[in-house]
Design a protein around this ligand. Sequence first.
Ligand code: ADP
Ligand code: MG
Length: 599
Amino acid sequence: MTNNHTISSIRILDPATVNQIAAGEVVERPASVVKELVENAIDAGARSIRIDILSSAEEIASIRILDDGCGMSHIDALLAFTPHATSKITRIDDLLHIHTLGFRGEALASIAAVSRVTLTTRPHGTGVVAGTKVVVEGGKIKDTGDTGAPEGTMVLVEDLFFNTPARKKFQKSKNTEISHIHALLEGICLAHPGISFRLFTDQKEQLVTDRSPYILDTIARIFGSAVVKELIPVSMSLPFIKISGYISRPSLSRKDPSRMMIAINQRYVSSPAITRAIKDGYGTLLPKERFPVSFLSLAIDTELVDVNVHPAKKLVRLSWENEIVQAICESVTTALLSHDLIPAIRPPSHLSGVEPGKEDETKAGIHYDLTTPASYGVSESTHAGTVTTDRQLRQTELTTGVVPLAAKLPVMEVIGQFGGIYILATMESDELVLIDQHAAHERILYEQVIGRTGGDHRSQELIVPVVLHRTAREAAVLLDLLPALAKEGFVLEEFGRDTFLVRAIPVVLGKLEDTTMIDEIVSDLVSEETARPVNNRERITRIIACRGAIKAGTVCTKEQCQRIVNQIRYAKNPFTCPHGRPTMVRFSRADLDTMFKRT
Ligand code: ADP
Ligand code: MG
């Protein structure tokens, strides 16, 4: 039996390396203590980590982290509290290849400087029988000796900030701190599905994950099976990055990006650039003010990831950021387009026993209102459709089918139209699909216009040019847009102060029956706020699509409805309109049976 009490793997970093390390106070709040200690446990190879928080009436009284990792020898247990003592790197060069969560050797020293820490540890698998106990208070070693201890490490932190009253005063309420800890651990759990985590606050179990090779199990434990049902897998492998994980169907979205979890090399990070790339990958599948739920794990060459930019290592700097961001955006788009995204209507939770959606997640904004009687009837569709509708349909039919495309959706058979808006159809005999005729046709038209290449935008001259007056501000905006508009077939020319002459409009807008349409289009153009910068072509195309598509409220014949349905099957993205609203929703036979309590 070797005496491991004398073997050390912790070294004190030399001053040059210390200077290279992004210095900073890592302990600003209780959650930072949890973060550092849990990361140490992960680095120690723990398979199971338990976190216990005890609180008094108004503050967190103690934090205890217990792991079954490699543990420390007697000498390392003492060294660990020395500033810049670490077993994880030795030289400056090592900063280029960080494979561990920690590397600065600062955390234990900083935590012990502002609290009372009791460390109990015994090295794993070395045959050392006695463990070591070290008590450090305000940075001073108070007690040390042998003790009975299981293999692994236990760190108990009490009296946090007892000697730094200013920092203590800045602490938020106890519940805020606990919710921070909770959120932090969610991210860590997701980045490490292979470790079992258990969080208890005041002996109450808060968060539990099981060891699993599958992140989906972790997601299910934390967010519930209702969320898992809405996820689709993402996977892409390039020489410099491997992307894997899950993203939500557009039917599950949130008003903020807080549930977009990103792990880079198993480090849970926040990266505005990556968050944006994921969101961009949805393109028009989501409205601009909504965010998906996503759990992406990125394996990136360690040389391309600099974690040494922020004391808490929450932010990272990426070399090749453009390539990385583009790969992520593409992987998201590919995943979305290869899945069937029609929102399924599930029975209300009280009927099916499905747990209700948490917080503000929406299921495609669909609400049941069983109390309001239907105010529309299903039309028999014998009404002769208007000439305009036929022309609008022909417009989109003529240009599709040039290239034989694969249909994205199975054949649907129209039953009828409801309320002059919704087309009812069956799909594969066991599903009922409701299609928003305007949204669907708008999508078809949009793809047609955006798919055309420059110069291919036929325009039609107006016999009598339309005169437009705008305010000075609007005129200025419009003036900037004239070249972009001309490319899409709108020919406008300046005609005196804040006045324009419209000479020609795109053919897709059809015969101009009413000049107010032009006025509306221009109003859309100059008013659309630019919260998310969309390029001019995109904006103009969306507006053309919206204005040129069959309106809601237009009664269509069954044959016309069938034509819309046939066309939407071939859209590249048949699931949402260009603004991100759904084009269709469906009820499966089984769901209907549940709603009617036939099961
Ligand atoms: P760093 O993690 O940056 O190395 P820390 O101050 O967090 O610095 O920890 C110092 C050293 O103490 C680590 O490098 C590691 O060798 C040891 N250590 C800390 N926590 C544990 C643990 N839970 N299990 C085993 N060793 C640990
Ligand atoms: Mg550490």
